[in-house]
Design a protein around this ligand. Structure first.
Ligand SMILES: NC(=O)c1ccc[n+]([C@@H]2O[C@H](COP(=O)([O-])OP(=O)(O)OC[C@H]3O[C@@H](n4cnc5c(N)ncnc54)[C@H](O)[C@@H]3O)[C@@H](O)[C@H]2O)c1
Length: 397
């Protein structure tokens, strides 16, 4: 099958992602839809794209041989665009977040199940070196029983003016932080293969940002610039998630800070990564694993490095990706893009399919509801596993 990708949205992020679709040996062509004519022209010029559309609607209506849509528009448009793409019979790769309501998330999974089309969420942090390390630690049995973990996504908005420049006609100012929780949540959940059953969350209202983060000042009536949630997992363990948009902090924007088990515990302290193993005779042995998870070079096209770390399974990527250092974010995007293309080609489900993505998304949507009720613990719905018999690809193969 020819994989013809219709890329939607040429904003801040697109130039870091389009090159991977263009370089993938199984992609036949890439077309571009962008509302703003100057951006559309810039995308066409920079990447030699000749098939251009004025909008997503234009592409859906006239791009007859486009069979995959790659959604890279503002975050609160994703759900609707993904649903309409699936309804139009297209496979979908979507930048995070999956959607911004429980109903949209459930509808995406329902449509993916009904149609057999591939939906993949581009949650790159499932391939973060620290996630791969923790997944390895847990699945090998070395961690023992999972007890507690912490992860955060900190994206300080003190430079917000530069983001407004990139957001096109509309903007996502005031978007509830927990609606963008998939980076942090997926790092721990994808290590364990579990889901969240219950959440309690509190929000921080910053008077200095009340012109954006206050009821009546954004589409969501959201008062909180920072949100902190405690989540109960299906295996009984606990995780704490921080989604901060105001914090004097640069690096790392997203990470697992710690993961504690009965036999071993991982901890990140800035750029020092250690595992402490409980010794059978008592006491601990400390292993410094920094060299496995720190990128081999510091090539910074976006946040973080675009170079791979030794622990990442680079050998499973197409040859053409291995020397393409453009995505930033600890070289995690090449894996999710490759997953999507291979899923469309083989008919297998990508690891971050609609059901997995729902598990990374729903805890945050409910967490924000809890924050609005000042921390009231709330149950988190679960859409379950993908349909029986639909093979799911692994992260490392
Ligand atoms: N995984 C990550 O680490 C990561 C990093 C950056 C951005 N993102 C996600 O990628 C998405 C894009 O981010 P960005 O910073 O490029 O946003 P942006 O606002 O800079 O660009 C979005 C573009 O989409 C265009 N657009 C909107 N509606 C459209 C339509 N109907 N048809 C055609 N074009 C349309 C806008 O005109 C704009 O140019 C966001 O949802 C963001 O959350 C993810």
């Amino acid at each position: 099958m020819k994989i013809n990708v219709g890329f939607v949205g040429y904003g801040h992020f697109a130039p870091h992602i389009i090159p991977y679709f263009l370089a993938h040996p199984d992609v036949n062509k890439v077309a571009l839809a962008e509302l703003i004519p100057e951006r559309r022209a810039e995308g066409a010029r920079r990447f030699g794209i000749t098939e251009l559309y004025d909008s997503f609607d234009d592409m859906l209506q006239n791009g007859k041989d486009i069979n995959c849509i790659a959604v890279h528009v503002q975050r609160h448009y994703h759900g609707d665009m993904v649903i309409r793409s699936l309804q139009a019979g297209k496979h979908v790769y979507s930048a995070v977040p999956m959607a911004s309501s429980v109903e949209e998330v459930a509808r995406i999974a329902e449509l993916a199940g009904e149609t057999g089309l591939i939906y993949a969420m581009g949650e790159n942090r499932c391939y973060d070196p620290t996630t791969i390390l923790c997944r390895e630690l847990y699945t090998s049995g070395a961690l023992g029983t999972y007890l507690y973990g912490q992860a955060h996504y900190s994206h300080d908005f003190s430079h917000f003016h530069s983001y407004e420049r990139y957001t096109g006609r509309d903007n996502w100012a005031g978007f509830p932080p927990m609606y963008y929780c998939t980076h942090s949540v997926s790092m721990i959940l994808s290590s364990l293969g579990e889901h969240v059953t219950r959440v309690s969350c509190m929000g921080y209202h910053d008077p200095g940002w009340a012109h954006i983060f206050s009821p009546g000042k954004n589409h969501w009536d959201n008062p909180y610039i920072n949100e902190t949630a405690t989540m109960r997992l299906s295996g009984g363990g606990i995780m704490r998630i921080n989604e901060f948009r105001r914090r004097a902090w640069g690096h790392p924007p997203t990470t697992i800070e710690c993961m504690n088990g009965t036999l071993a515990s991982y901890e990140r302290s800035m750029d020092r990564h250690t595992i402490q193993y409980a010794l059978p005779e008592g006491g601990q042995q400390v292993e410094d694993v920094s060299a496995r998870v720190i990128p081999a070079a510091n090539i910074g096209n976006m946040d973080g490095s675009s170079a791979y770390a030794p622990i990442q399974p680079v050998e499973r990527l197409p040859e053409s990706f291995r020397t393409l250092h453009i995505s930033g974010h600890e070289a995690t995007h090449p894996f999710v893009i490759d997953d999507f293309v291979r899923a469309v080609k083989t008919g297998k489900l990508p690891p971050i399919n609609a059901w997995a993505a729902a598990r990374y998304m729903l805890p945050g949507l409910i967490a924000h509801e809890s924050a609005l009720r000042d921390g009231e613990p709330l149950p988190v719905p679960d859409l379950g596993e993908p349909p029986a018999g639909w093979e799911v690809m692994g992260y490392s193969t």
